[in-house]
Design a protein around this ligand. Structure first.
Ligand SMILES: [Zn+2]
Ligand SMILES: [Zn+2]
Ligand SMILES: [Zn+2]
Length: 283
């Protein structure tokens, strides 16, 4: 039995499995909803899925007709989606504990991949759905961005922001909090100076969750769609932007993979980006 939970712990579930399909999705909706470079989904028979607690904390957003995305309204973690039509439950792998008995099999919707992210493994890649998957591709219309300005927003469009100034660093963080909070293999966090940041709209939709026992760690997300949005720390003059929420290309190379000693057992880190067991030494 595999256990799953949201970051705050309100929503808990277990999945009997076996897991049958596991894939990385680079579609623009997954990137927005998770705020990550891509989402990793794993499917299992629906009859083996049990929501143990937190039903009242689950909110659902219809991201395209008939397609729902659920999230914890306290912490913003993505919650598994029941798909009765196919007899499956589709789970965000970042919220599942331990070895899943399956590893990622493919990348899908690579035609929508983030420009700042490089796929560095040998798994098969499909521009949209693989042959035989069925399903109608849905994606968000591209948003016009203003040169010289860094812009982004949530999946429903309720929250939008813009930033002036250059990014400070881009970390791919594999810590368990980031994996739970982003419901992904790892977070992709771009940091900017907070004094160059402003909400263009939807500031009242932004929900902040401060993680119990953490000095700084928390998540911020859109109350309507659950998408990860920037988390502003005025006292540190820093804003942590979930890179998946960006409409602009931040034009920064990833600085490092961090907290790799906490990475998911199924996650394979490839490529030449520096890796640190925890935080890199500050320059
Ligand atoms: Zn939660
Ligand atoms: Zn997707
Ligand atoms: Zn939204």
């Amino acid at each position: 039995m595999t256990q799953g939970r949201c970051l705050c712990g309100a929503v808990r579930y277990d999945v009997a499995g076996p897991f049958t399909v596991m894939l990385h999705c680079h579609c623009s909706m997954c990137r927005k909803h998770h705020g990550a470079a891509f989402a990793t989904w794993v499917a299992a028979p629906l009859e083996g899925y049990r929501l143990l607690s937190g039903a009242a904390s689950v909110a659902t957003y219809e991201s395209s007709p008939g397609h729902h995305r659920s999230f914890c309204r306290v912490c913003g973690s993505v919650v598994p989606e029941r798909m009765p039509g196919s007899g499956l439950v589709v789970c965000p792998a970042g919220n599942l504990e331990g070895d899943l008995g399956i590893t990622p099999q493919m990348h899908i919707f690579t035609a929508s991949k983030a420009p700042w992210f490089a796929i560095e493994d040998e798994l098969p890649q499909f521009a949209q759905y693989p042959p035989g998957f069925g399903g109608t591709p849905a994606s968000r219309p591209a948003i016009d961005v203003t040169p010289g300005l860094t812009q982004g927003g949530c999946l429903c469009g309720g929250v939008a922001y813009e930033i002036t100034g250059a990014p400070v660093r881009l970390y791919y963080c594999h810590c368990s909090r980031c994996r739970l909070g982003r419901s992904a293999a790892h977070a992709a966090n771009v940091f900017y100076k907070a004094d160059g940041f402003r909400w263009v709209r939807g500031a009242t939709l932004v929900t902040d969750y401060a993680h119990t026992g953490a000095q700084f760690f928390g998540t911020s997300f859109c109350a309507k769609c659950g998408s990860a949005v920037p988390r502003v720390s005025t006292e540190r003059n820093l804003v942590n932007v979930p890179a998946g929420s960006l409409d602009s290309d931040p034009a920064i190379a990833p600085t490092a993979h961090i907290f790799v000693e906490s990475k998911a057992p199924w996650d394979v880190i490839g490529g030449g980006i520096p890796q640190f067991a925890e935080m890199p030494p500050r320059k």
